[in-house]
Design a protein around this ligand. Structure first.
Ligand SMILES: O=C(O)CCC(=O)C(=O)O
Ligand SMILES: [Fe+2]
Length: 345
């Protein structure tokens, strides 16, 4: 198993799908995280979204908050003061979550704050490009698993409303003092696994994301005893990770890996903190998709983290938005309990 998050070259995905599928499967099984290089999303489009989110977040709080976070849709603006799901602390970041627009009617109907409102065509085009790439990845992974090619795409219909989320994220600079409060370390996002099927993360220049290496096989965390490895920034690559639902369907053959974002002075030196911008497209299945391991998938030794089995994706997401249903108790060293209570994001 490689020591670092694998890089999968997508250039040959059409000509040599078997090879690329095998590489993807290996990366999903070993790490649950991988970069894709030579992917089909033009770099100018990626940079366009970074430019858009920088303009959006530069606005006054009251402007951004004209469309506040609305839990039933898991969408809207979450200010920096937004309480984490555990309700004990907030992660020092702001984000705007946009639901999937399956039809032109959804695109027009969605209520957006200034700057994003005018950028609807750009956002819609970008969503569609990620969705198209996602369909190719889901087919390649299904085939590499020995399943019908449409095993996963059949329950990821582009024309249905679901919990897909396009998240714009801003991690404002935090001072050295804020970064190391007397009672412990803060995270920019506390350790969590992603809720859906797959996540496509776009980073630019500034890092901070860390991944829990796969050698730690326990489904729960022991923070003091584990090392986390930084996920380096590759501006032209997409960082993809497996979410809980793909882990459910494959009974753990594909890993939904723990990750977190740490303050960036740890990675970029004592600069007093730098703004970090990132954005991600969180892919979810259709709402009525049942979470149950697919016939024949490996089950041995797999411990699901959440009580999702047998429920629909919609029921499962509703429970996670409410912060319920963790099965595995968190084994956090006593000295860190007060500082960081892991949350789901
Ligand atoms: O900002 C990042 O690098 C990761 C964000 C993340 O893990 C999340 O929003 O679920
Ligand atoms: Fe995440």
């Amino acid at each position: 198993m490689p020591d670092n998050i694998p890089i999968v070259d997508f250039a040959q995905a059409s000509k040599l799908p078997e090879i690329v599928g095998k590489d993807l499967l290996q990366a999903c099984a070993d790490w649950g995280f991988f970069y894709i290089k030579n992917h089909p999303i033009p770099q100018a489009d990626v940079e366009g979204i970074f430019e858009l989110e920088k303009r959006f977040f530069a606005q006054p709080l009251e402007v951004k908050n004209t469309v506040p976070y609305f839990p039933p849709k898991n969408a809207g603006y979450k200010p920096r003061t937004f309480a984490g799901i555990d309700n004990t602390k907030s992660d020092p970041r702001e984000a705007f979550s946009i639901n999937k627009w399956p039809t032109a009617a959804h695109t027009h109907a969605s209520v957006l704050p200034p700057v994003l409102h005018e950028a609807r065509p750009q956002i819609e085009a970008f969503q569609k490009k990620v969705q198209a790439l996602n369909r190719r990845l889901l087919e390649l992974i299904a085939h590499a698993l020995g399943l019908p090619r449409d095993q996963f795409t059949a329950c990821h219909s582009p024309d249905q409303e679901n919990f897909d989320n396009f998240d714009l994220m801003h991690y404002p600079p935090i001072s050295k003092t804020e970064e190391t409060p007397a009672d412990g370390t803060v995270y920019r996002i506390s350790p969590h696994t992603d809720w859906g099927s797959l996540t496509y993360l776009f980073q630019q220049d500034v890092g901070g994301l860390e991944v829990r290496p796969p050698k730690y096989t326990s489904p729960s965390l022991s923070l003091g005893a584990e090392e986390w490895i930084p996920a380096p920034v590759h501006n032209t690559m997409i960082l993809v990770n497996i979410g809980d639902m793909l882990e459910f369907w494959t009974a753990g053959a594909l890993k939904s890996t723990w990750h977190r974002v740490v303050p960036n002075t740890r990675l970029h030196g004592d600069t007093g903190g730098i703004d970090r911008y990132a954005f991600a497209y969180f892919v979810h299945p259709n709402r009525d998709t049942v979470l149950r391991p697919i016939e024949g998938m490996k089950r041995e030794g797999w411990v699901p983290r959440y009580r999702g089995i047998g429920r629909t994706a919609a029921e499962h997401i509703a429970a996670r938005i409410r912060g319920e249903d963790r099965i595995v108790s968190m084994q956090i060293d006593a000295d860190r309990t007060a500082r960081t209570v892991p949350m789901e994001a």
